[in-house]
Design a protein around this ligand. Sequence first.
Ligand code: FEO
Ligand code: CA
Ligand code: CA
Length: 532
Amino acid sequence: MMKSHWSRREFLSFMGRTAGATAVALPVMSCSGTDPDAALAGISPVAPGTDDEVVLADGLGYDLLVSWPEQINGKGERFGFNNDYTAFFPIDGNPHDGLLWVNHEEVLSGYFASPGDPEEKSREDVEREVLEVGGSIIRISRQGGRWRLVRNDRFNRRISGATRIPIISEQPIAGSRTAVGTLGNCAGGVTPWQTVLTCEENFHFFYGDVSFDTGERVHEKSRLIGWDRYLYHPPEHYGWVVEVDPFTGAANKLTALGRFAHEGATVTLARDGRAVVYMGDDKTDEHIYKFVGGEPGSLARGALYVADTDQGRWLPLDVAGDTRLQQAFGSQTELLVRTREAAKLVGATPQDRPEDIEIDPQTGAVFISLTKHKERPFGSILKLVEKDGDPSAQEFAASTFLAGGPETGFACPDNLVFDPRGNLWMCTDIASYEINEPPYDSFPSNGLFHIPMSGMHAGVPVQVAYAPPGAELTGPTFSPDGRTLFLSVQHPGENSDSTDALDSHWPDGGDALPRPGVICVSGPLLDQLTAV
Ligand code: FEO
Ligand code: CA
Ligand code: CA
């Protein structure tokens, strides 16, 4: 299905404006095809609105690539619900043929699959929901200028809330070395050895959590999605980073990276070749973490740190090296299950809900979305610069890169991505029930922003898209040639109370139920800004 959002009239108008701008900018463009100021000359920013559509800046259009609940393979497996993070893996180095990993985070838009209130769910509802989360691996290829899902390709598969996944740990976790399913799969990362890291974020929505406040293990039941009404799996089996080989589907839960509401896991390399992973815990006043792998090419073992952003120090979370931690935890495995408690014991800095993290490919600086706090409701982007530019350093400098608010035109930053030219893109996630309400009354929708990192507009966000009602735009990934932006449209119509009063019908329109899906954004403006 083609949903081009730039009409012939708009396209010609865009080309006319671009031609005028180019006449002025030509001397610059002839020196550098990637001059940021020349590239920006063609943008007319999107004014945020409430249309039931993905509304894009002039010069951009989109195709719907895949959407819930399309069948993806001959086994009858279906593309899951509420797609989030995406990652692209070329096959045989071909930039136009590869595998797309897609996270499926949650089933909170309850009217799609089953009642939103866990008290009203049946066992059948829960068993159906279990198959909606986790991830999809789909083969996609670009032919005739358009990306398409290769349906029934041999690589196409689902990993879901029912898939048995080994737990990589020194000791069994809650008596087992195997977990049933992955869930809450929010953002993620890609390793240098071409595996995907899919992150279990709000795991407590599904099977609840465990508390050790009384000195005893107490199971606190889920109050939202509530699978624990019918199924029992230990909450300790969730809240991890899960590593998946997209070409084989092999998956492992990596306990060395800690257990918390993992938003994402962004990987770079230390000078000695070990992987370094930056991670945020998306909960109010929780923390930012860093993991340094024990040996190159593996995340099975290594050192976990938590950030003291006041003093610019990474604080080790190592039972063997800290008497406070020895007194609190019987082993490193126990510490990892209760990572948040360990972080507080060593004095980590509380944060404003850390979301996605990305690393500037030009400078190595680490950018962290802090989505919001009740005292700072518009959120900000934090910038960390490691000492001597070494990702495995113990010290860093922290500063605010951008603050959200009506003046800067964005609120609640979430997913980030650098494009192939080294400029930053940001998606926002104002909660659907807060959009258009104070203090977000100047924000009628969530958006996508382009943030140049050099030139005279450096650090100034430009809005280039807004999402349908109830939705956020998530999981931005650029194709290797920079000519396509894969983008998730997550939870359209989330705020609708019932199927009789839907506030979105995206992508089908009419009276249709809204359906989350992944779109491919392209067009002359993207070519101008990001193509390489
Ligand atoms: Fe799933 Fe923190 O966003
Ligand atoms: Ca997110
Ligand atoms: Ca979010």
